[in-house]
Design a protein around this ligand. Structure first.
Ligand code: SF4
Ligand code: SF4
Length: 87
């Protein structure tokens, strides 16, 4: 369990999916199910050909039968100023 002070708030940060080519079988599911066309098979292996289009929906991770594509999120604690009390 994570205990945070009053002024600390977790913030989610998404990058781009990570592909493990050692376990990827080249089945093409990630390309077929990607709603934005961000990932395509190139020479039988998935490549983020348009990373700027990736919405980080995590669909590619969900449909990968070998767990070769992952969408890890970073959780970052940020400190924000306390809101001023309204009297
Ligand atoms: S996270 Fe979503 S948009 Fe990004 S590559 Fe995977 S399926 Fe496509
Ligand atoms: S769904 Fe998984 S195994 Fe299939 S091509 Fe994509 S990363 Fe490779």
């Amino acid at each position: 369990m994570m205990i945070m002070g009053n002024s600390e708030r977790p913030e989610m940060k998404a990058g781009t999916p990570e592909i493990d080519y050692a376990t990827c079988t080249g089945c093409g599911n990630c390309e077929d199910f990607c709603p934005t066309g961000a990932v395509k098979l190139v020479n039988g292996k998935p490549v983020l050909v348009h990373p700027e289009n990736c919405s980080y929906c995590t669909e590619c991770e969900a449909v990968c039968p070998s767990g070769a594509i992952k969408c890890p999120f970073d959780i970052i604690l940020v400190t924000r100023p306390e809101p001023e009390a309204n009297c």
